[in-house]
Design a protein around this ligand. Structure first.
Ligand code: GTP
Ligand code: MG
Length: 84
């Protein structure tokens, strides 16, 4: 059985990692974070239909057949204070 490929979101502080995931998940996690700073590593399982819906414009031009159940996103903190 195929499992979700894991996508790890890495980047400098305040570069929009959590906002990008909010856009994909249709959530507002970044807005609830103190100072807009992610405090810990988080995981989000996004089902294939949500990915296909988010990527609709691209997939219309490039029809692909998927066999994975979705993607597992790992959000990480970018602040130096959380590096240790
Ligand atoms: N101009 C602009 N601002 C953005 C964009 N994406 C996010 N922001 C803003 O940048 C700030 C930080 O966004 P986050 O998504 O919390 O950034 P982050 O990389 O997750 O930050 P850390 O988790 O603290 O490392 C917020 O005020 C967002 O509104 C973007 O594409 N353009
Ligand atoms: Mg973040």
């Amino acid at each position: 059985m195929l499992r979700q490929p894991i996508v790890c979101i890495l980047g400098h502080v305040d570069h929009g990692k959590t906002s990008l995931l909010d856009s994909i998940r249709q959530t507002r996690v970044a807005a609830r974070e103190v100072g807009h700073i992610t405090q810990h590593i988080g995981a989000s399982e996004i089902p294939l239909d949500a990915i296909q819906s988010f990527c609709k414009a691209v997939l219309e031009k490039m029809p692909l057949k998927f066999t994975i159940p979705g993607l597992l996103f790992i959000d990480t903190p970018g602040h130096d204070a959380l590096a240790k």
